[in-house]
Design a protein. Structure first.
Length: 189
């Protein structure tokens, strides 16, 4: 019978303990360390993923669905042999229940309404109640935190909404935060 202990490992039997730290130790001994540089997603993915999260937060306030009832699907990859680069996202409901109406969510996709939602989401993403700590956070190898300027106060979503467990998020890819020049969008007013 498997159970989870406090050290993030799975106890399969009293004498067998398997966890991420044990796996890493085995790989080191075998000379097969994982290549952490290939595990990080490209900047395009960080941008689209962070944008999806701020949209989920804003749509939840506007359409009547809770943020946990909305889910993301990301389409972001670099160019490869026979494949063009991609940057897109889909936000959909995870379950049909009494939270909101699908019609309310669909109406928000009309260009004029969507523009207001995007503008509002970007304005809110420019500030976090945990700044400057949040805005100065940088991702660290090896995977201790695979997010940058992102926290539960500003960008992170519930487990049911995020396809990447709140990893690969950074507000600096969306907006120019203090000390950064990476922002894709400009916020007016």
């Amino acid at each position: 019978m498997a159970s989870i202990s406090s050290r993030r490992s799975i106890v399969i039997a009293p004498s067998v303990r398997v966890g991420w730290h044990d796996d890493l130790r085995r790989r080191r001994r075998a000379g097969a360390m994982p290549n952490f540089s290939t595990r990080l997603k490209p900047p395009r993915y960080w941008l689209v993923h962070t944008f999806a999260h701020i949209l989920i937060r804003e749509l939840a306030l506007t359409c009547g669905y809770s943020a946990a009832s909305l889910s993301e699907r990301l389409y972001a990859w670099p160019a490869a042999e026979g494949r063009d680069p991609s940057a897109g996202l889909l936000i959909c409901t995870t379950a049909s229940d009494s939270d909101g109406t699908l019609g309310g969510l669909v109406q928000l996709s009309e260009p004029s309404r969507l523009q207001r939602v995007v503008d509002s989401a970007l304005r809110k993403a420019a500030r976090c109640s945990s700044d400057p700590i949040c805005s100065k956070r940088t991702p660290q190898d090896p995977e201790d935190f695979l997010h940058g300027a992102a926290c539960h106060c500003c960008v992170m979503a519930s487990e049911t909404s995020c396809e990447r467990a709140n990893r690969f998020l950074d507000r600096r890819f969306l907006l120019d935060l203090p000390g950064s020049g990476l922002g894709f969008f400009r916020v007016h007013g």
